[in-house]
Structure formats: C-alpha cells, structure tokens
Design a protein around this ligand. Structure first.
Ligand SMILES: Nc1ncnc2c1ncn2[C@@H]1O[C@H](COP(=O)(O)OP(=O)(O)O)[C@@H](O)[C@H]1O
Ligand SMILES: [Mg+2]
Length: 320
C-alpha cells in the first residue's frame, strides 16, 4: 500500500493541533479514506471545528464551514441560477456545498428542507438545480455537527435518513491532564513560539488513491458473515437477548453492513494491515451501528440505549 505511510502523517498533523480525542481523529480519517460522511455529536467547545479545519489543511483540500440556522434556504447550500443581464441568460452560481470538505455546523438548527438538501447531496454527490445536474468534487465529504443538549428551536434529523452518515461519533470532555495541555498549547500559540504543526505531503489525489487501496483490502468470507450476523441481530434482538425482543422499532439496514465492512477496512489500513481482522470490526461497530438502530419507548423506559444493544451483541455473536 503505497499511500499508507504518507496518510499516517495526517494523524501526526492532527495530533499536533488536537489534544487527545484519538477516537475522533480515527473516525475522521476513516471518513476521509472511505468518502463517508460523519455526524459529530457533542456540546460546543470540544474541538469539532478545530478538528475538521485541521483535517482540511492536512489534506490540502478546499474547505467550507456552513453554519446552519433556522432561516437558511436549500439554495443557500446548493447555489442557484442567477440571471446575467450581459449574456442575457441564467447562469448557475455554485453554493458553498461545492467544496471538498464541508463542516455543516449544528445541522439540527435548520429546517427539514435544508437538511434534506444536504442529505441528498451527501447521497448523490451531485446537485440538481432547475433540471441541470452539477457534480460535486470527487473528494466531497461532510462532517456535520449537532449539539444533543439543544432542543428548543431545533429540528431533529429524520431518523430514517440518519444512515446516510457512515459514522456517528459522540464526543467526550477531555480529562484534567488533557485540558492542561490544551491551555499550554494555547499559550504557546499566543506567544507565537514553539508551535510545530507537523505538515503533511498529502493532496486530494493521494487521498483518492488511498481510497482505492482501502477498497481493495482483503476481508475473509467468515468476517463478511460475522458482519451480516451482527447487523441481522439488531433486527431480531429477541433471538440473542432474552427480554429485549420488543426494544427495537427497526434494526440496521444493509447499508449498515456495507458501512461496517468499509469502515473496518479503513481501520485496518490505519493500522498498517491490508486485511481485516475481527478487532477492526469490533472497534468501529458502535460508531457504525448506533444511529441505525431505532429504539422504541419500551427500550427508553428501561434505560436501554443503542450502545447497550451493540455492546451486548458484540459479546454474544461469536467471532469467527
Ligand atoms: N482537545 C482539544 N485540543 C485542542 N484544542 C481544544 C481541544 N478541545 C477544545 N479546544 C480548544 O477549545 C476551543 C473551542 O474549540 P472548537 O473547535 O471551536 O469547538 P467546537 O467546534 O466543538 O465548538 C478552541 O480554541 C480549541 O482550540
Ligand atoms: Mg464549532
């Protein structure tokens, strides 16, 4: 795998800016390596914006942050046909989605029409405006953020469409040592000394090449079976966990199986292997599955979360 060493410099690059949050960094790299979109969930101030910006500088890609607000319109994302009086005709003026890396900040603050314009662009990698189709950049990935605590004046994402996101990544607060390091780095930056951001030689072309290599990573038929068993178990929970048979409204779709194999392949690549091992699947299973399992009220009343279900299934479904 020619690109691997070069790609791993992206982790160094990100770690010189972001303190801790190593699972976030892994997930971001998996998104880049598979072309998958990420939903980052957590309160403000946990380095989401910083991480995505740092990613963009690391891969030398074009970057756009879009703040979602209640008054946003779909055409504010996609662009629209604007009349050009000189040429006496309409010309397409591209919107902010026409960039390689998009940070869609606080997507639950925009109304459903805008959300679906984004979700459609994520799925199709193209945008249709007055019957003309415009292709988005090949690298195109969306990192969307959402604050779980904010409820008033927000619009929940349509649950049935959440599986457009490859990974759902909840963020945690740093511990005390990490927070001290954040302070110290900030001070060093402020005084302008000793800030060594490790540069990468990555380019969007190298990233696309890496994506091909990840797609070719070997996965044993028995591991395909394991993935399918795990995903199917979310649909027939009662077969695996006694008393939990009526907790799931609907389980994960075949998109989940595809996402799990792709993410596990990228995880293997990040760990220097050209074949998938069971640990790769286990390591990323929660991020792939948690937003694809819709729980019902019985589960909520019994305080059972999607993560609880996934954790139990990982213990129960035999690893080949
Ligand atoms: N883990 C971290 N590593 C480095 N800086 C951090 C970290 N967590 C928070 N910060 C700092 O806190 C501030 C808020 O970060 P930001 O990326 O804007 O958060 P968010 O987008 O999640 O609201 C920034 O100055 C950022 O550098
Ligand atoms: Mg932010």
């Amino acid at each position: 795998m020619q690109t691997q060493e070069e790609f791993l410099t992206l982790r160094d690059h990100m770690q010189t800016v972001i303190v801790g949050q190593s699972h976030l960094i892994d997930c971001i790299m998996i998104g880049v390596l598979t072309g998958g979109h990420l939903l980052l969930e957590g309160p403000p101030g946990l380095a989401k914006t910083t991480a995505v910006k740092t990613l963009a500088t690391g891969v030398h890609a074009s970057f756009q942050r879009i703040q979602f607000t209640p008054d946003l319109m779909p055409s504010d994302l996609t662009g629209s046909d604007v009349f050009d009086p000189d040429k006496n005709k309409f010309e397409f003026v591209a919107g902010p989605l026409f960039h390689e890396i998009i940070l869609a900040d606080e997507i639950n603050r925009a109304p459903p029409k805008v959300q679906s314009a984004l979700l459609e662009a994520m799925e199709e990698k193209q945008i249709t405006v007055s019957r003309h189709t415009h292709i988005l950049p090949e690298l195109f990935i969306v990192m969307a953020t959402q604050n779980p605590l904010e409820q008033a004046g927000t619009y929940s994402l349509p649950e049935a469409q959440l599986d457009r996101f490859l990974l759902h990544v909840p963020l945690d607060y740093p511990d005390q040592d990490e927070e001290l390091e954040i302070l110290q780095r900030d001070r060093r930056t402020h005084f302008g000394d000793d800030v060594v951001v490790k540069e990468t030689r990555l380019t969007p072309e190298t990233v696309l090449k890496a994506r091909h290599e990840v797609a070719e990573i070997h996965i044993e038929p028995s591991l395909d079976q394991y993935v399918i068993k795990l995903v199917h178990a979310t649909r027939k929970l009662g077969d695996w966990i006694e008393g939990w048979h009526d907790y799931v409204e609907f389980g994960a779709s075949p998109r989940a199986s595809l996402a799990l194999v792709r993410s596990a392949s990228a995880y293997a690549y990040l760990h220097g292997r050209d074949y998938v091992i069971p640990d790769d699947i286990v390591a990323i299973a929660n991020n792939v599955l948690r937003h694809r399992i819709l729980l019902n009220y019985t589960a909520q009343a019994n305080n059972v979360s999607a993560d609880d279900i996934i954790d139990r299934l990982i213990k129960l479904v035999p690893i080949p």
